[in-house]
Write a protein that binds this ligand. Structure first.
Ligand SMILES: NC(=O)c1ccc[n+]([C@@H]2O[C@H](COP(=O)([O-])OP(=O)(O)OC[C@H]3O[C@@H](n4cnc5c(N)ncnc54)[C@H](OP(=O)(O)O)[C@@H]3O)[C@@H](O)[C@H]2O)c1
Length: 344
């Protein structure tokens, strides 16, 4: 039988992706949509400003939106709420026994909360066993961080990482809806995204850290980040320079990227066959051409250059609302299901 799931923030940019990804999911069935008080009581199709290039799924069109404080009849909750709202709402839900998969920043750095990208730090899921609440909370990282850590994982495994310098070019959908005013972003680049650089400098150290019985031992490397908003609809580009502990061998790295398939044995519907893809063309990756690889779940890597014996650079691309948000949360739930609930 399918698990019943609720989507919080179902009318928003990430919420709509959840609706799209969960509408025909083999494990999960959407039973509830929640949004702000202004939307509560209205039919989904009447209130949502739908942006995706597909029809609103028939089964949710007539669902009545409820408030986030309602009693939910569901097994799992997917949260796409703004962080300031998500903090207390998610806390109340886990105290009431719900298992929540969240996109919001509010609890990502809590000591007992997994900040999970399953292909990178699956072992961190064990943190849920330290949680004292009746329900459990699992988060996914910031959208750019997800692309960065996916690309860093084979580098960390092969050569060790000492230092990361990263510059992002982030799509407008990353700011939600209505997001950045058109007059601010058309014909322009904005070299500031509120709180983004802090997240990019802290979250990767938790994700690439080591699980211990006492919690996560953070990775020891330093990161500097400069985040920019660019006039692209979807797809965050990440331009990175990395200093390594050991000598860089680009051929070995390309081979590791091509063979990267840590979830292969799990048979999860949202896991792409290739979570990482190396693109050898000298002008790749590009958002318009490559963001939908692996149904938006593949992070593409190009411009891989050895800078010196212990340094390299690359450009990575991540679909910010799929792999960088809703898709990662759905994959986290599939992994949770495989590890903790199969046969339950
Ligand atoms: N966009 C991305 O690429 C991205 C990537 C990774 C993570 N995230 C994170 O995901 C979350 C959602 O982002 P988004 O881009 O989807 O934002 P968004 O487009 O602004 O959508 C926000 C959603 O939250 C609901 N909401 C707003 N205030 C509320 C309140 N007081 N109580 C209950 N519901 C409320 C809205 O409902 P109404 O329609 O009723 O106002 C809407 O459904 C944020 O935490 C964001 O940081 C976003």
């Amino acid at each position: 039988m399918k698990r019943k799931v609720a989507i919080l923030g179902a009318t928003g940019t990430v919420g709509q992706r959840f609706v799209q990804l969960l509408a025909n999911h083999p494990f999960f069935e959407i039973t509830l949509l929640a949004a702000s008080e202004a939307s509560a009581g209205k039919k989904y199709a009447d209130i949502v400003h739908w942006h995706l290039p597909c029809e609103i799924p028939e089964k949710v069109k007539n669902m009545e939106i409820v408030s986030v404080d309602s009693n939910f009849d569901c097994d799992y909750v997917f949260s796409a709420l703004p962080s300031d709202v998500a903090g207390p709402v998610e806390k109340r839900l886990v105290e009431r026994g719900y298992t929540v998969f969240s996109n919001a920043a509010s609890h990502r750095m809590d000591e007992d909360v997994p900040l999970l990208v399953p292909e990178v730090n699956l072992e961190h899921m064990k943190l849920v066993e330290l949680q004292k609440t009746p329900g459990r909370l699992i988060t996914n990282p910031n959208c750019s961080t997800i692309g960065l850590v996916m690309a860093l994982k084979p580098i960390a495994d092969l050569f060790g990482i000492e230092f990361v310098s990263v510059v992002t070019m982030q799509a407008v959908s990353g700011a939600g809806y209505p997001g950045v005013a058109s007059l601010d972003i058309i014909d322009n680049v904005i070299p500031y995204i509120k709180n983004e650089e802090d997240k990019m400098c802290t979250e990767p150290k938790k994700i690439l850290g080591k699980f211990t019985e006492r919690g996560i031992e953070f990775a020891g490397f330093e990161i500097v980040a400069q985040c920019n908003r660019v006039p692209v609809q979807d797809g965050h580009m990440i331009s990175a320079y990395i200093e390594t502990s050991e000598r860089v061998d680009i051929d070995r790295l390309i081979q590791a990227i091509e063979n990267f398939a840590p979830l292969k044995g799990y048979k999860l519907p949202t896991a792409p066959e290739k979570p990482l893809m190396y693109l050898p063309a000298k002008d790749a990756p590009q958002p318009r051409l490559h963001r939908d690889l692996g149904n938006g779940m593949t992070v593409s890597v190009g411009r891989l250059v050895k800078v010196s014996d212990r340094a390299l650079r690359f450009v990575a691309l991540v679909h910010n609302t799929i792999r960088g948000a809703a898709g990662c949360a759905v994959l986290n739930a599939e992994v949770y299901e495989a590890l903790y609930r199969t046969g339950a």
